[in-house]
Design a protein around this ligand. Structure first.
Ligand code: 5GP
Length: 197
């Protein structure tokens, strides 16, 4: 359905607990030509995470050098750690006509749009704040203080959602993914072939 010749950066962002990971996984399943951008981060790997697959795990000095050398398309600090999108792999994939999926937080998303006006920014909303809290508690991994902090960050992120191209409520996963895929299709047709970032 999509125009196979035009590459596109697609950011799907949203607060912690909104189901971002599941939406990203489903998008990759239904968009076989999509590639996932592998971010650099200074945070420590979690059990099971693989360097170069889940993230490029780097120290702060290396990260700073990547920033100084202009090797990151965007970067931000989140929960005391640095995260950034390597520029060249994303540009190469877009030049090759692929869709590049970015799972990044809101500040970084806005930097992507500034660097590449063709980029499609999608914000995932929870059905309600009550539902978001329920999902965060349902993980069972975090104490009240962390959940309170995540809800506070979520409120700030939701306040920035109007700057996104599209806001989608992640209530039913299939409906949400359908809506995102339609938006990707439209944006791909509208995007120019030039890669300027
Ligand atoms: P986590 O540490 O749980 O993997 O990710 C924490 C947050 O950082 C998530 O909201 C994730 O989307 C965001 N993130 C991951 N990679 C990047 C990146 O390259 N840039 C930015 N700005 N945020 C990122």
């Amino acid at each position: 359905m999509t125009d196979d010749h035009t590459g596109l950066l697609v950011v799907v962002a949203g607060p912690s607990g909104v189901g971002k990971g599941t939406v990203h996984a489903e998008l990759r399943r239904r968009l076989p030509d999509a590639v996932r951008s592998v971010s650099a981060t200074t945070r420590a790997p979690r059990p099971g995470e693989v360097d170069g697959v889940d993230y490029h795990f780097v120290d702060v000095a290396t990260f700073r050098r990547m920033v100084d050398d202009g090797r990151l398309l965007e970067w931000a600090e989140y929960a005391g750690n640095l995260y950034g999108t390597p520029r060249d792999p994303a540009a190469d994939a877009v030049r090759g006509g692929g869709v590049v999926l970015l799972d990044i937080e809101v500040q970084g998303a806005l930097q992507v749009k500034a660097a590449d006006p063709d980029a499609l920014l999608i914000f995932l909303h929870p059905p309600s704040m009550e539902e978001l809290e329920r999902r965060l508690r349902g993980r069972g991994t975090e104490d009240d203080e962390v959940i309170g902090w995540r809800l506070e960050v979520a409120r700030e992120e939701i306040a920035g959602a109007t700057a996104f191209d599209l806001e989608v409520v992640n209530d039913r996963l299939d409906d949400c993914v359908d809506e995102v895929l339609t938006a990707i299709d439209v944006a791909r047709r509208a995007a120019t072939d030039d890669v300027t970032f």
